[in-house]
Design a protein around this ligand. Sequence first.
Ligand code: C5P
Length: 233
Amino acid sequence: MNKDVIIALDFPTKDETLAFLDRFQGRKPFVKIGMELFYAEGPAIIREIKARGHKIFLDLKLHDIPNTVKRAMSVLSHLDVDMVNVHAAGASAMMKGALEGLTRADGTRPLLIAVTQLTSTDAETLKNELLIDTPMEETVMRYAKNAADSGLDGVVCSPLEARKVKDACGEKFFTVTPGIRFADGDVGDQKRVMTPERAGQSGSDFIVVGRPITQAADPVAAYERCCKEFLGQ
Ligand code: C5P
């Protein structure tokens, strides 16, 4: 799959989501659907957005025993999503189970990426609550390597880590990076941000952009600006 801009559809309802997508008229951006919208609207929202011609990253971050994740992934692959994810903390057996479950009878499957450490987990929490003494960056790189060795296609990471992940796991290993802000935009609650242009130069394959597009006065113009900066088109 080619480099692309993914819009995070962080809306609570189907009506708001579809009204937002209607503004794009002929364009069909790649979109991310997370837990809030999926749990509110169920699989029907996926079918509806797919039928409109969008690619979908279903961001549900599965983490359970391998057999449960395998069976759940099989259900998601039949929803015809394009990208899904798991927590790398579920370890290799779970990631391999996820891959197996995702693979359809004809051998095709959605891309599978892993979350390494959540960006909300800081060094202190890692050490004092999760009892992991290994430094954060080493943990992130090891989890990325475990994902690559299990056959996954990539990881979600900060654009600031994308280059290092590729150096450790190979150029073909996808990096999907949130934390994107325009140079003249609001940072909001994101701490480690990068512009679309810099992300494009720093090894990001997919940027995930929420509020800079969804909250813009003109979301279509903001999306086009993102594509222009990130993809140079
Ligand atoms: O509005 P904003 O551009 O910050 O949205 C970024 C999206 O990426 C949100 O859906 C957020 O949940 C998601 N995300 C993130 N940081 C991570 C993982 C996912 O911001 N580490």
